[in-house]
Design a protein around this ligand. Sequence first.
Ligand SMILES: C[S@@+](CC[C@H](N)C(=O)[O-])C[C@H]1O[C@@H](n2cnc3c(N)ncnc32)[C@H](O)[C@@H]1O
Length: 251
Amino acid sequence: MNEEKHWDNIGRAYDSQIFDVFTSDRKKILPGFFKKHARKSGTAIDFGCGTGKSFQYIAPLFKQVVGVDISNELLSQAAKRQYKNVLLKQMDLTKPRLSLPKADFAFCCNVAMLPEIEKTHTIIRNIQRALKPGGTALFVLPALDSVLYAAWRLIEVYKREGVAIDNIPDSEFDYFKATKRRLLEGIIYIDNVPTKHFMRSELDVVFSNAGFTLTQVEKVEYDWNTELSSPPRWLKDPYPWDWLVECKKDT
Ligand SMILES: C[S@@+](CC[C@H](N)C(=O)[O-])C[C@H]1O[C@@H](n2cnc3c(N)ncnc32)[C@H](O)[C@@H]1O
């Protein structure tokens, strides 16, 4: 897929079409993690910043923030936020040797999820390289475990309504339309777009291979209406989630 074209085309429809992690984060876990890593004299980079939704949280906590994205259209929307200490750069994060200032803190929210697995790993490695030794990165990543869990709960919802598993409409499981092999690689179709999802144990391997030490893995939890069109009232926790990965660059 041509990511630049894809995201430029979404353009103005971004806010209505693209899932907003910040407003959907049920427990508002993200702002606490930003504060934990605040450095008033330091530099933070938002890798794949989109329209700059993170800036309101990050900009007051760092001297300089760099927002990087492949889409000029989304960057032009980010520029309208007019933060004095935010610098915007157009860049393809899957390319080798990115020219960026060394960062104390990196944020990457739902970007390292390209269906080309090697490209996704390159993004993670590029972020590791852009950090100062000992610097911290915070990733939000789609969870394969959550998708499987949500499907399992959907089967229960139907069962309680008297619908046996074999009679559930196939369309309910359209997001499992990758080939067997691609499914095992974690490819799930979100709004018809193949999207890399991660298993919990996979995070240990992938981040270690990229030169990171995981310091904390949490869930960014979302309400059921982000997964099901009309979730029943009884459907409560555990809620669906993305992984929140906090990691340190190995020294
Ligand atoms: C789902 S959006 C998330 C945006 C933002 N992080 C947020 O949470 O609001 C994915 C973003 O990744 C950017 N992106 C996708 N592929 C990229 C690449 N190869 N290099 C840089 N940015 C990329 C897109 O342009 C888009 O802004």
